[in-house]
Design a protein around this ligand. Structure first.
Ligand code: ZN
Length: 411
């Protein structure tokens, strides 16, 4: 008896030690670190960006993922920052006084499979503000970028840990923390042109950019749904989190999936929507919906594992939505709510001194008809609007708090 007890204790001690080594880091911990003031807003090419890159690389290493950059986990790219706010930064060969270096972080799970899934999220942000900032304060302030995009990086890291443990996987998994996104998709563009794996084998690319603000209606915007014929069904079949999904067909959008779509890879971009802290110093970690992020993590995990034993997805080009969009001579002066999934066009914001404001329209109103043209979605709204000219007036039918009303609008 006296011998058995110590043996038991030894076994317990050893198993405790093992647990400590594979310690699970939570979404909250990753976001809190990445969005802390000490990283100074993670602007591309700064010390804060490097600390963030090191952190992401260390997290990959601790989970046992292989480095798949050009130097271990890192892939550096040299660029010349733009001095013109209407122009994007450009890549250059070789560093000089006028150039800066950004750093992608790349890790791989090699399952010797014929196809590969890429899961990515950008970790750079706006630093102290400058170009792209919506902050109008006098004193420069740290833009912490908790939702944009510590949220996506944190979900990516959780998925990496879970997919590492997936048994008999029939896909390889590549994880990329992109830098340079805020300067014009620099990191993803560079990777797509200088891939460290065979892009021909890539089954799909999943991008998470701003997934930290899931709303009370559980609305999740998914872009790129048109880039493979099976995506609609895939999103529907795995929706056991009961998301209210706002689908967008186009593979082109203002985030890193665009770089892969342009290389003929099917893409899905997950996004929980704009908010008043967007691109401001107040985008902080305590404002995120971590439960919502866990739902999105589970959803993406289910999608990836569902696809795992299927044949490689077919790529499909989507209509360029800017070509498809009708030309307007007039506007209502409203910001449409892109997360709205009901019938009509819901107004998310009203511009000063424009027709909508003059007619008394309000945020939250749902436009149902312009004249006698029914409005079912954004496209029918834009098509209807394109039929009006300056000086025309028309009746607009709206729904406000459940009641239908008509107002006269003069363009
Ligand atoms: Zn951003």
């Amino acid at each position: 008896m006296r011998l058995i007890l110590p043996l038991f204790l030894i076994v317990i001690l050893i198993s405790c030690q093992e647990k400590a080594e594979t310690k699970v880091v939570s979404l909250e911990e990753d976001v809190t670190f990445l969005a802390s003031d000490s990283l100074q807003g993670r602007a591309t090419g700064t010390q804060g960006e490097r600390i963030a890159a090191d952190y992401v690389a260390e997290r990959f290493e601790a989970m046992g993922l292989q480095g798949k950059g050009e130097a271990g986990y890192f892939q550096d790219f040299v660029f010349k920052p733009s001095t013109n706010p209407h122009q994007e930064a450009t890549f250059v060969e070789g560093a000089s006084d006028s150039t800066q270096t950004g750093r992608n972080v790349i890790a791989y799970i090699d399952n010797q499979a014929a196809k590969t899934v890429i899961i990515g999220a950008h970790f750079d942000h706006l630093g102290m503000g400058g170009q792209g900032s919506l902050y109008r304060g006098e004193v420069p302030a740290i833009h912490n970028g908790a939702d944009d995009n510590a949220s996506g990086v944190a979900v990516m890291l959780q998925l990496a840990g879970r997919l590492k443990k997936l048994e008999n996987a029939q896909s390889n998994f590549l994880f990329i923390g992109f830098s340079g996104e805020e300067l014009g998709l620099l990191g993803s563009n560079y990777f797509a042109k200088n891939p460290t794996i065979d892009l021909q084998k890539v089954n799909l690319m999943i991008n998470m950019d701003m997934v930290g603000r899931l709303n009370a209606e559980n609305t999740l915007a998914v872009h790129g749904v048109g880039t493979s014929p099976g995506f609609k069904q895939l999103l529907f079949a795995n929706n056991d989190q009961e998301f209210n999904i706002a689908e967008h067909e186009s593979g082109i959008g203002p985030s890193d999936h665009t770089s892969f779509y342009l290389a003929d890879v099917p893409v899905l971009h997950f996004f929980t929507g704009q908010h008043e802290d967007y691109h401001k110093p107040s985008d902080d970690s305590e404002k995120l919906n971590y439960e919502g992020m866990r739902k999105i993590e589970n959803y993406i995990f289910n999608i990836v594992t569902d696809l795992d034993d299927d044949a490689k997805l077919a790529f499909r080009k989507t209509k360029n939505e800017s070509e498809e969009t009708p030309r307007f001579k007039v506007g209502l002066g409203v910001v449409p709510d892109y997360l709205f999934t009901g019938e009509g066009m819901r107004i998310d914001g009203i511009s000063e001194d424009k027709p909508a404001q003059k007619a008394g329209l309000q945020k939250g109103d749902i436009v149902k008809k312009l004249g006698d043209q029914p409005i079912t979605d954004m496209m029918s709204y834009m098509k209807a609007l394109a039929t009006y000219s300056e000086g025309d007036s028309t009746l607009v039918t709206i729904e406000r708090e459940g009641a239908s009303m008509e107002v006269e609008v003069q363009f």
